[in-house]
Design a protein around this ligand. Structure first.
Ligand code: CTP
Length: 220
């Protein structure tokens, strides 16, 4: 609905993080950032004051843009901004592991086969629920195949709503302009949505967020 997010402060993350191996290589993923950009554009259109923390280049969507590369940079940015937000939407595909000791110099072929030791990255979403207990938090889960794990994430990640998709399903893969998602609520209820454009998913998502927020507001 036009203007229904006016006065809301909203933080969105988008894209896949890149975790350096050396100055020229990284561990990354196939996230295009399109879903996060659609969520950002829709919120800005509906009047929200939006900040986008992104690993990908973006056109002007009316949001304040903060560019980051790694999970650590995204965590610092998001955790710093989260306490001032009404809604945080974590669309980004954040790496779960990063090289423990990235090389300062380019690793050479002549150095021979390398074993890259990994360490866990911070769970940004979990941190948001702790640092911004009053914010409404939306998580995303890109699953490959069954969505069983998404139901568990909706109950354990401290989110008010979880948007899950099967990246192997037709029309729902990385980089597509469409997405078929299922919404999971912490009480265990679910809503499978049809195959939609990412812009349509964003519209329905903000409609759902408005409903959840209204339901949690004390009645006058
Ligand atoms: N996420 C995060 N920080 C991480 C990893 C993920 O904030 N280090 C967020 C993502 O932005 C997403 C949600 O958590 O909103 C779910 O991400 P996902 O990778 O599906 O969850 P994991 O708990 O990492 O589960 P899995 O073992 O399936 O990777």
């Amino acid at each position: 609905m036009p203007g229904d997010l006016s006065g809301w402060r909203v933080l969105v993350t988008a894209g896949g993080t890149r975790e350096p191996i050396d100055p020229v290589r990284y561990i990354g993923n196939h996230s295009s950032g399109k879903m996060g950009l659609a969520v950002t554009a829709e919120a800005a259109d509906r009047g929200a004051d939006v900040t986008l923390v992104t690993t990908v280049e973006t056109v002007d969507t009316g949001a304040t843009i903060i560019r980051v590369e790694t999970a650590q940079e995204m965590a610092e940015s998001v955790w710093g901004l989260a306490p001032r937000q009404d809604v945080v939407v974590m669309v980004a595909a954040v790496a779960d592991f990063r090289p423990a000791a990235p090389s300062a110099e380019k690793i050479r072929r002549r150095d021979g086969l390398q074993v890259i030791e990994l360490e866990p990255t911070p769970d940004i979403l979990l941190g948001v629920s702790e640092k911004a207990p009053d914010a409404l938090v939306v998580g995303f889960a890109a699953e490959a195949g069954s969505l069983d794990r998404a139901r568990e994430k909706a109950m354990t990640k401290g989110v008010d709503l979880l948007v899950a998709n099967d990246v192997l399903a037709e029309g729902s893969g990385f980089g597509t302009d469409t997405n078929q998602v299922t919404i999971f609520y912490p009480d265990g209820s679910t809503e499978p949505w049809p195959l939609l454009t990412k812009a349509e998913v964003a519209t329905r998502l903000w409609d759902a967020v408005v409903r959840v927020r209204q339901a949690s507001e004390p009645r006058q």
